[in-house]
Structure formats: C-alpha cells, structure tokens
Design a protein around this ligand. Sequence first.
Ligand code: CA
Ligand code: CA
Length: 300
Amino acid sequence: MIRISREHYTYYYDRNNEPVATVSVGDQVIFETLDCWGDQLKTDKDRVDSINMSYMNPNTGPVFVEGAEPGDILVVKILDIKCEDHGVLALIPNEGVLQQYVKAPITKIVEIKDGKTIFSDELVIENKPMVGTIGTTPVGRIPTGLIGDHGGNMDCPAVRIGSTLYLPVFVHGALLQMGDVHANMGDGEICIGVECGAEVIVEIADIIKDRCIPSPMIETDENWYTTANAPVLEEAIRIATKRMADFLSEKLGISLEDATFLISIVGNVRISQAAQAGYDVAVHVEFPKYVDQRGRLSSF
Ligand code: CA
Ligand code: CA
C-alpha cells in the first residue's frame, strides 16, 4: 500500500504541481488528509476569523497515475475513510445559509468516537464519512476551494466508503488529489460538515479509454450519480439532470424523453453544496440501478 503523508498538500489543482507519487491501476493508496481549516483550529477558543484563510481546504497529492491521458476516465474506489478523533465545526459571519443570524464566529470541537460524532452528551450522530474535495487536475489552475468538471470541492455525500468515482482526465497522469473529509455532512451542507483530518484509502481501479464523461460520476451498490455546479441552483440542476438523461439514454438505448420521464419518476435531485461561501452551488442527481431488469445499470 502506498501512503501519501499529510505533509504533501496543495491549495491548487495545478498541472505544474510536482506529483508526490506515481501509482498504477490496481494500487491501493492511503491519502492522509488535513481538515478543511488546514488544522488551524485546535480548541473552541481559536476563532475562525483569526486563521489564515489562504490555508483553507488543503488537498493531499497530487499523485501521477501511470497510463492516464487526457480524454480518459480515471476510476477510483473509496475503500475506507478513517476519521481522526475530533471534528471541527465553525460558524462564520457572512457565510452559510443562516448567515444573517450568525452574530460572531463560533468554533466547536466535537469528539469522534466509535464511529459516532458526539455533538453533546445527548446528541450523538452515526458517522457517514465522505470526501468533500476530490478530483483530477484540470488544464487551468483552480484553487482547491472551487468546484468544476474536474471535481474539486464538490461536497457530494455520495463520495463515501464503497463508492466508485469516475473522473474525467484532463492532463497527463491525471494528477489525483483529495482532502476536506467530513465525518458527517447533510445534503446541501448549509454551513459546515464535521470537518476532520482522515486517512482515505482508495484503489486506483481502472482507466477507461473509450468513453468520456463531462464531469465526475459516482456509483454505489444501489445508485448512479451525475454531478454539476453553477452559480445558481436552477442551472446546476438542469446540467446535472441533462447529464443523467444522457447517461440513461446511452446505457438503456432510450430516448431523451423517456430518460426524462424516468428521472422524474424515480430519480432524486439533491443539493450537494449550498453553503453560500462565495462559490458555485453543486448538485447531484441520483438514479437507482434496480429499475433496469436487464442489469445494464450494474456496470459503467
Ligand atoms: Ca467542502
Ligand atoms: Ca468542508
């Protein structure tokens, strides 16, 4: 197993970043990730307005994937996500859906123990860890805090243990990186997830040469997901839904109209990220595999 230590972090998806390791299809890789605050908030007394915001959202990597070329799809399976023993929550004035009610910054450190987030003695949450920021490197330089067709700060709860990601490749070697793990995060992330350092264990599962996708897709045992981002919610919904309609239409050999019916009947349009933190809204469209009696949705 290849381990990428947390000292190897970056704040950009940048094709000029020096790869920290070279990996091949079949390799398992452990990415040690810092929390989204760059581990700057250690106690409840550390104020979020006193930290250096340019050290936000570090990603571990990038790793160079042997054989991955522009136009390919890199397939990455999330085998495990091991969260550290605490999560860091913070409310920031002028950020988040309820920002007008946030009078002052608040930091709240919560214990993570036995697969649970201990919000208080009485309020305990079963963890569903997910990777907030993951992607291949685009042609242009993009900060790790932003979202795009390369992935990045997607904050999609479907990126969890057992999920398989299909990531478009834009540059030689793909240059995969990730960070911003959440022990828990609800759809929409209305202000923050349970931000934590972690070890993300992935398998470089495949490189697909003869297909292309416009932005990351995610597969779980039960569902397929398409993703999209845009400055306004309606536009992000339209793009992600069209991407699912195109996928279904191709996989099932049906018209765009029939795909539209199916998504409307049994698909779910979900908001990934609407934290109003100065970047795009991200959405994902979920479609269940069981619908196709011929099992055509059981593989990519
Ligand atoms: Ca995030
Ligand atoms: Ca986060």
